[in-house]
Design a protein around this ligand. Structure first.
Ligand SMILES: [Zn+2]
Length: 65
């Protein structure tokens, strides 16, 4: 799955605050995400996060090589 820094991820399971959208802050072996509603940051292994992604919301397509 092609996840990039700056993407918004719509997750299958919502954050405890009720929000499903997370901003991608860092990618790699572990992803760092920030809840766009409450601002809480989480860090989890890539495989775990990818399983929970429902949809990638990408507004900015200008950075493609
Ligand atoms: Zn939250």
């Amino acid at each position: 799955m092609d996840v990039r820094v700056g993407d918004l991820l719509e997750m299958k399971k919502p954050h405890p605050c009720g929000n499903r959208e997370f901003a991608v802050l860092r990618v790699g072996m572990d992803f760092r995400l920030r809840c766009t509603k409450c601002g809480h940051e989480i860090m989890a292994p890539r495989v775990k996060i990818e399983k929970n992604i429902k949809k990638i919301l990408r507004k900015d397509e200008e950075n493609h090589a």
